[in-house]
Design a protein around this ligand. Structure first.
Ligand code: NOJ
Length: 514
């Protein structure tokens, strides 16, 4: 059973280097997050997920961990992180850390030991073939860098050697079984890291590449799932309120493997991508559902989503996201009205939603050279825009010292300007989240039923006693149908229900109570 606090959780994802710089060195920090907790709370988010904030050479922005038990000095100290947990808890908020389970940095002391020719305690902590000139059974590998005669397997970039959780079926002499002593030691080392932070007050983890542990796993991820179930058993005994969110994108598998939440991620052409990012394969044309002129057919999303939802709703939660640190910000192709409708949808759906910092004000995607392994992702990782002051309120450092440049445009959106405008994107998000918090029927567990999904008609769906109506298009649409729409609780644009006729003006949305 999932931690109870997830029933009404709404997460705010923080990319720590870009959120708020409290010591003016140009890089965001943990103290900065503490100072902005009230902002996050007032926005309506009651939980945060922080991207990796641990000691690292930062060749992949911290997803290359050198020391799992030490906060990276550029973000502060372990004491600062503990203070963040405590302050968040005082405000009735929860904090997830990012657990990079599948790999470490090539500079992690385990790897440095593992790469030595002479056998030692860490020789099998990573996956090594036994011949430096051979391939690695179809897995990505590096050879010729270490004194050890063998190639080592990678999990992602060159700087990220894969930890050894074993193979589902061993077919080569150098492979070890997933239940053998070497793989079990890795698994226990992972639990040790989790215990370290959970004992200090963290509320759980978002797990990076959660499906990547056991090598040559089968389609059902039988091996990797068994490991996560083992981890879950440990949590049930020792930290029953801990929550786990998987970067897996397959809730049917991940939730049964013991996760509470799994992200619905953007993969070109999948259901989620049809909502806001359906431009990647269509030159000069954007078919995203939330684009005003795209013809709005939600069924491309629902065909995939509903299967996932039905299959997983009794096991845990699907997490819909506004965006994340790996994805082009939705403002890239959508204006504020389109974003309002997109967020209205995300925040009235079941499961546990995640809002990426800055999406609440419609921060833009910036075209920038790569930073710390970001490549195209760098443009979604720029500093948070707080106000019209120096560096848009992110930092008092000189502009050339900033982690990344702030949005240079004259009309860069900021928190302070949008706070003053009742109709701003920021205030719309606040109203939506306060509605979600007041109405249990809009939260994680309440049921979901689609009533009308026909293109060219209002989209109508029901959550418990609430009815939600949406028109993403630029033209009025209507539907003749008996619906128990008694009281409008929230609305964008013009919507009306008279004599059994539901009429939705261009780009409109409403939540009705029955
Ligand atoms: C997924 C993370 O979200 C991404 O930022 C990272 O580069 C890879 N995993 C590798 O850890």
């Amino acid at each position: 059973m999932s931690a109870k606090w997830l029933k009404n959780a709404v997460f705010y994802e923080i990319y720590p280097q870009s959120f708020y710089d409290s010591d003016n060195d140009g890089i965001g920090d943990i103290n900065g997050i503490i100072q902005k907790l009230d902002y996050i709370k007032e926005l309506g988010c009651n939980a945060i997920w922080i991207n990796p904030c641990f000691d690292s050479p930062f060749k992949d922005a911290g997803y290359d961990v050198r020391d799992y038990k030490k906060v990276a000095p550029r973000y502060g100290t372990n004491e600062d992180l503990v203070r963040l947990f405590e302050t968040a808890h005082e405000k009735n908020m929860h904090v997830l850390l990012d657990l990079v389970a599948g790999h470490t940095s090539e500079e992690h002391p385990w790897f440095l030991q593992s790469s030595k020719a002479e056998r030692n305690e860490y020789s099998d902590r990573y996956i090594w073939s036994d011949f430096c000139f051979g391939s690695a059974d179809g897995l990505p590998y590096i050879g010729g860098e270490c004194e050890r005669d063998g190639t080592y397997i990678l999990n992602f970039f060159k700087c990220q050697p894969a930890l050894n959780y074993g193979f589902l079926n061993v077919t080569k002499p150098w492979q070890t079984p997933m239940n053998g002593p070497a793989a079990i030691k890795t698994r226990e080392a992972l639990k040790d890291i989790m215990r370290f932070w959970l004992e200090k007050g963290c509320d759980g983890f978002r797990v990076d590449m959660a499906a990547s542990l056991v090598k040559h796993d089968d389609d059902k991820k039988t091996g990797t799932s068994a490991i996560w179930r083992d981890v879950r058993r440990m949590l049930e005994c020792e930290f029953p309120d801990a929550a786990m969110a998987a970067e897996w994108n397959d809730p049917g598998l991940s939730l049964r493997a013991g996760y509470d939440m799994d992200f619905y991620l953007n993969v070109t052409g999948n259901g989620y991508s049809t909502l806001v990012r359906d431009y990647e394969n269509h030159e000069n044309e954007d078919h995203s559902y939330f684009k005003k002129d795209a013809g709005g057919n939600i069924n491309r999303f629902l065909d995939e989503y509903m299967d996932r939802y039905e299959d997983s709703k009794d096991t845990g939660y699907i997490s819909l996201i506004t965006c994340n640190h790996d994805t082009i910000r939705p403002r890239y192709n959508m204006d504020h009205r389109e974003l309002k409708l997109f967020y209205s949808f995300i925040f009235t759906m079941p499961g546990v939603p995640f809002l990426y910092y800055g999406d609440e004000i419609g921060m833009r995607y910036q075209k920038l050279p790569t930073k710390e392994g970001g490549y195209f992702r760098t443009g979604s990782r720029t500093p948070m825009q707080w106000n019209e002051g120096k560096n848009l309120g992110f930092s008092d450092a000189d502009a050339d010292k900033l982690y990344l440049p702030v949005d240079p445009s004259k009309d860069a959106p900021t928190v302070s300007s949008q706070e003053k405008d009742p109709d701003s994107l920021l205030n719309t998000v606040k109203k939506l989240l306060s509605l979600r918090s007041a109405q249990e029927d809009l939260q994680s567990d309440a049921g979901l039923k689609f009533i009308c999904t026909e293109p060219g008609r209002p989209l109508v769906y029901q959550r418990g006693s609430l009815f939600i109506v949406l028109n993403t298009g630029g033209k009025e649409v209507s539907l003749q149908k008996d619906l128990p729409l008694a009281e409008k609780l929230f609305g964008i644009g013009n919507t009306s229900y008279e004599k059994g006729r539901l009429t939705l003006g261009a780009q409109s949305f409403a939540v009705y109570k029955s």
